[in-house]
Design a protein around this ligand. Structure first.
Ligand code: EPS
Length: 384
C-alpha cells in the first residue's frame, strides 16, 4: 500500500492517489467527510477554516461506492482558490508580484526551500510546505480506517498537552472516544480543557503561537504486524517516519517513551502471562504495543510533539531573501494553535501505516480474500 499527494494550499485542489487497496471495500463517504471536518475544527485556528468545508470527491478507483482494487484518486477542493486564481493558476499567466513572499519566516521551509529550488519568491515553497496538505493525508487515512473497520481495528486520538498545560490522567480507549470529539481542544478532561483554552487565548493576545503533544491509540490489533527481520520493516520505525513527515512534528514516542532511558529494565518490560480464557497477554503495556518492531496485539500508544506554528503575528527577525537586508518576517494569515487538528492528522497518518502492514501481513486482493486469510492467521495464533 502506498500513496502520494499533490496540490498547493491555495491551488485548485488537493489530490491524493492511494494504491494497493483490496477490491470490494464499501466506502462510507459521510464518515470520510466527518474525519475531514474534525481536522478543520479546534480552538485556536485562524480565518482560513471559515472559508473551507473539506469534502472528498473520488475521481477513480471506486465504482458504486466499492473499491475496484486499483489506485483510488481523491480530490479535496480548495474553496479559497477563487480568491487566488490570478496568483496561482497553473495554466494561465499569473501575477507573481502581489503575493510575493521574500521576507522568509524563521522555522518555515521558506529560506532553505528558496535556496534549494532556486526561487526568489518563498510563495513557491510555502504553498506546498503548508499544513493544508494534511487534508489529503486525513482523506487517505480515513479510507484506510474503513478497510480496517472490517477487522474491528479502531483508532482514537487526543490532545495531552498545549504549551505547559498537561493532561496526565490515564484514560481507557473508549472514554477518550466518547469524550474527545465534544472538546474544542480534543482534551478528555473538562478542567484541563479550560486551562488549555485559556493558554491559547493568552498566547493569541501576545500575538505568538503554541505547540503541544497529541496521543494516538489503536486497538484490536493482531500480533505480528511489522518485523524484527530488517530495519525498514519495523512498524515503529515506519510509524515514526510517517509521523515525523507530518508538518510541525518534532518528536515521536511509543508507550512510556523516553522514560525507558531513566527506568530500570524491571519497570520497562511488560511481563508475559497466560490464562485459558484470554490466552497470552502482557500484564502492562509500557512499550506501547510494539516489541521487536512488531505489534504485540495490545493497544498501540504513540505520542507526537508538535512545534508552534512558525508564522507569528509578532514577526521574528529575518532577512529579505533577494536583497539580504534585515527585515521582519512576512506575516501570512495563520493559526495560534493547530494541536487539536494535528491530533486528527496523526490519527489518520497512523491508520495508513497500520493498514499498509496489515495488508502486507495478511495479504489478499479482494476484501473477501483478506478476511479468509485473516481468519486463518487468527485461528493459527489461537492454537497456541
Ligand atoms: C498554513 C496557513 C494557514 C492555515 C493552513 C496552514 O492557511 P492560509 O495561509 O490560507 O491562511 O489555515 O491550514 C490549512 C489551510 C488547513 O486546511 O489546515 C500554513 O502555513 O501551513
Amino acid at each position: 500500500l502506498r500513496y502520494l499527494t499533490s496540490g498547493e494550499s491555495h491551488g485548485q485542489s488537493l489530490i491524493s492517489i492511494i494504491d494497493g487497496l483490496p477490491s470490494n471495500v464499501e466506502l462510507n463517504f459521510d464518515e470520510i467527510n466527518a474525519e475531514l471536518k474534525k481536522r478543520q475544527c479546534g480552538y485556536g485556528r485562524g480565518g482560513r477554516m471559515k472559508i473551507e468545508s473539506d469534502k472528498v470527491n473520488i475521481l477513480g478507483g471506486v465504482r458504486g461506492k466499492k473499491t475496484l482494487g486499483g489506485p483510488v484518486s481523491i480530490e479535496v477542493k480548495n474553496k479559497d482558490y477563487q480568491n487566488w486564481t490570478e496568483y496561482m493558476a497553473p495554466m494561465d499567466e499569473v501575477d507573481f508580484e502581489t503575493r510575493k513572499v521574500d521576507n522568509v519566516r524563521p522555522g518555515h521551509a521558506d529560506l532553505v526551500g528558496c535556496l534549494k529550488y532556486d526561487f526568489t519568491d518563498a510563495r513557491n515553497v510555502l504553498e506546498r510546505s503548508s499544513a493544508r496538505e494534511t487534508a489529503s493525508r486525513v482523506a487517505v487515512g480515513a479510507i484506510c480506517k474503513q478497510v480496517l473497520k472490517n477487522f474491528d481495528i479502531d483508532f482514537v486520538s487526543h490532545v495531552i498537552q498545549i504549551g505547559n498545560v498537561k493532561d496526565e490522567n490515564v484514560y481507557d480507549f473508549d472514554y477518550i472516544k466518547n469524550n474527545v470529539d465534544k472538546s474544542e481542544v480534543r482534551c478528555a478532561n473538562k478542567e484541563i480543557e479550560a486551562k488549555m483554552i485559556a493558554q491559547i487565548d493568552k498566547i493569541k493576545s501576545e500575538r505568538d503561537t503554541i505547540g503541544g503533544v497529541v496521543e494516538v491509540r489503536v486497538k484490536n490489533l493482531i500480533p505480528g504486524l511489522g518485523s524484527y527481520t530488517q530495519f525498514d520493516r519495523k512498524i515503529d520505525g515506519v510509524l515514526a517516519m510517517h509521523l515525523m513527515g507530518t508538518q510541525a512534528i518534532k518528536g515521536v514516542e511509543f508507550g512510556i517513551g523516553f522514560d525507558v532511558a531513566r527506568l530500570p529494565g524491571s519497570k520497562v518490560m511488560d511481563e508475559i502471562i497466560y490464562n485459558e480464557k484470554d490466552g497470552i497477554k502482557r500484564a502492562t503495556n509500557r512499550l506501547g504495543g510494539i516489541e521487536g518492531g512488531m505489534t504485540t496485539g495490545d493497544e498501540i500508544v504513540i505520542r507526537c510533539a508538535m512545534k508552534p506554528i512558525p508564522t507569528l503575528y509578532k514577526p521574528l527577525n529575518s532577512i529579505n531573501i533577494n536583497t539580504l537586508e534585515k527585515y521582519e518576517a512576512t506575516v501570512e494569515r495563520s493559526d495560534t494553535c493547530a494541536v487539536p487538528a494535528c491530533s486528527v492528522v496523526c490519527e489518520n497518518v497512523v491508520a495508513f501505516v497500520i493498514c499498509q502492514f496489515f495488508l502486507e501481513t495478511i495479504g489478499g486482493s479482494s476484501l473477501e480474500d483478506v478476511k479468509r486469510n485473516y481468519n486463518s492467521y487468527v485461528q493459527r495464533l489461537g492454537e497456541r
